[in-house]
Design a protein around this ligand. Structure first.
Ligand code: HEM
Length: 508
């Protein structure tokens, strides 16, 4: 009680507005994280309280691109200690939770060659093989039952995890064609992570140090499969072993394979999920918006079908890069339904004497010890930067659209920015562009008939639903985004799918 009164009346952040319960306790944000609508709550709070909101006793969330730059491109700011909840043992850090900036830099340097343009180009044929399997499975579903509703969340989750399985370990998870490994796409651990990230105190307790809790969250099946994938990779020899170096905490290869496997397991878990959950959200949301916005669908289809002469031409290069409308559809989807929709909490680093210089964020002097962040969903729906923010309008990202409202681009940050921004951004655009182009080359699609067709639409009883969200794809904030649907009906373009009919594999 006394603590709550202190936080409301005497705390150094007392002048910042916010819900009373949020100003008194972190449980406020944890509650909405538990409900999976914290992103909507943050957006509502900005509408009610303005561009700076106190979302916890010690936390301020901003809604401006100045704040975005001041926080995420600031060398004196690092991740909040709350990220330590994802640590798996004392002293063991991964790329995601390396709070120390020097350690993070070292790890990032090691990962660099794995995701640079050259290695992504080398990987492209494997990626295209997986996309072709996706296309064949769609075709197979159409042949079994014409216009059958197909749940795109499932299909994209399988596809993107299969791609990451090959990318990280050269391992065939085969989620697209076999049911055996499909437990790998469980979002439960991310849900618990997001709740824990709202409770900074857990960063000190480090819940995930408790082995049994970790097993409970990820399940032994998941852990065993990962172990198999790592062993499989190690069996390929010393060169490959060194290529996994970027995933070790010690930044060296352990002599003992068991320790080595343990070291890379948590980094691998993060990487598999970082590169697949996000992609699945992006693609599911885009197909949702295309199925509801006929003009965009028609324009994009014309662009893709006019850009290539045959399917084998659909690969990275100038033709794909010149599909500007495709790029703007991809960006508009990331804006409306960011795959990481929440607030990435940051904190000022103490200098060598344990002191911190005054920190200024968007003109505000921030007391030391305060955690700060920008909520990506709110920023992307800020009317100042994106007029009619709930309308899917890819044109706003085209060159002439940008000239009309240049400010928009500065308020667009689905991959975050700065030293901790997404390292997989180029690969993500490449993968998404190929998947969309290939699908539209071979198929026409539309929203499925009946109640199945509604899957993925905003439910009016959800918190934060207002009339303007009616055309939005429903995501649930679990650090990444959980979602379901859309269900679509596909029509193969007969002259084009003939070449695919051979080699269709049966789906379970
Ligand atoms: C739609 C696709 C994607 C989106 C929206 C996205 C978004 C993000 C965001 C917002 C972060 C910062 C997280 C934080 O500060 O806590 C991040 C980090 C990261 N992402 Fe992505 N990501 C995507 C795809 C990918 C892919 C395909 C890969 C792998 C190839 C990847 C690998 C990573 C890694 C390794 C980090 C950690 C970087 C670091 O801490 O230095 N991401 N991503």
């Amino acid at each position: 009680m006394a603590l709550s009164i202190y936080r409301l009346l005497f705390h150094s952040l007392r002048k910042y507005p916010g819900p009373v319960t949020a100003r008194m306790s972190s449980l406020y944000a944890a509650f909405y994280a538990f409900r999976t609508d914290l992103h909507l709550k943050a957006w509502q709070n900005h509408a009610n309280y303005g561009p700076v909101v106190r979302q916890g006793p010690n936390r301020l969330v901003f809604n401006s691109f100045n704040a975005l730059r001041d926080i995420y491109q600031n060398e004196r700011i690092t991740k909040s200690r709350a990220y330590l909840v994802s640590q798996r043992a004392p002293g063991a850090y991964g790329l995601f939770n390396a709070i120390d900036r020097h350690l993070h830099q070292k790890k990032r340097k090691l990962l660099g060659p794995v995701v640079n343009d050259r290695s992504i180009r080398t990987f492209e044929p494997t990626m295209i093989d997986q996309i072709d399997i996706f296309i064949r499975q769609l075709l197979l579903s159409c042949q079994k039952e014409p216009l059958a509703p197909i749940n795109m969340t499932k299909r994209f989750s399988y596809l993107t995890m299969d791609i990451m399985g090959y990318f990280v370990f050269g391992y065939p998870l085969d989620l697209q064609t076999e049911a055996t490994n499909r437990f790998m796409i469980d979002a439960t651990p991310n849900f618990f992570l997001n709740v824990a990230l709202q409770l900074p105190v857990l960063g000190s307790i480090r819940l995930s140090n408790y082995r049994y809790l970790r097993v409970l969250l990820r399940g032994s099946k998941y852990r065993n499969t990962l172990r198999k994938m790592i062993r499989n990779r190690l069996a390929e020899g010393e060169d490959v072993k060194s290529s996994l170096l970027f995933m070790t905490d010690s930044l060296r290869v352990s002599e003992n394979d068991d320790i080595f496997i343990e070291e890379i397991r948590s980094e691998a878990t993060f990487l598999l999920s970082a590169g697949s959950d996000t992609m699945s959200t992006w693609l599911s949301a885009l197909f949702f918006y295309l199925s509801r916005n006929q003009e965009c669908y028609q324009r994009l289809t014309r662009e893709i079908r006019g850009a290539f002469r045959c399917a084998s031409e659909i690969q990275s290069g100038p033709r794909l890069a010149n599909c500007y409308y495709l790029r703007s559809c991809l960006d508009e989807t990331l804006r409306m339904s960011p795959p990481i929709p929440g607030t990435l909490w940051r904190k000022q680093v103490d200098d060598d004497n344990g002191q911190a210089e005054p920190l200024i964020i968007d003109g505000h002097h921030i007391p030391s010890g305060t955690e700060v962040g920008v909520n990506i969903y709110s920023l992307h729906h800020n009317e100042e930067y994106f007029p009619e923010p709930f309308t899917f309008r890819p044109e706003r990202f085209l060159a002439d659209g940008l000239e009309a409202g240049k400010v928009s681009k500065d308020g667009f940050a689905p991959f975050s920015l700065g030293a901790r921004g997404c390292i997989g951004k180029s690969m993500a655009y490449q993968e998404a562009s190929l998947i969309v182009a290939k699908t539209l080359w071979y198929f026409d699609f539309e929203k499925a008939q009946g109640s199945a067709g509604k899957l993925g639409e905003v439910r009016t009883k959800d918190a934060g639903s207002r009339q303007e969200r009616a055309g939005e794809y429903q995501i649930y904030d679990v650090f990444g985004a959980a979602h379901d649907g859309p269900c679509l009906s596909f029509r193969p373009r007969e002259d084009y799918v003939k070449e695919l009919v051979e080699g269709v594999k049966r789906i379970d």
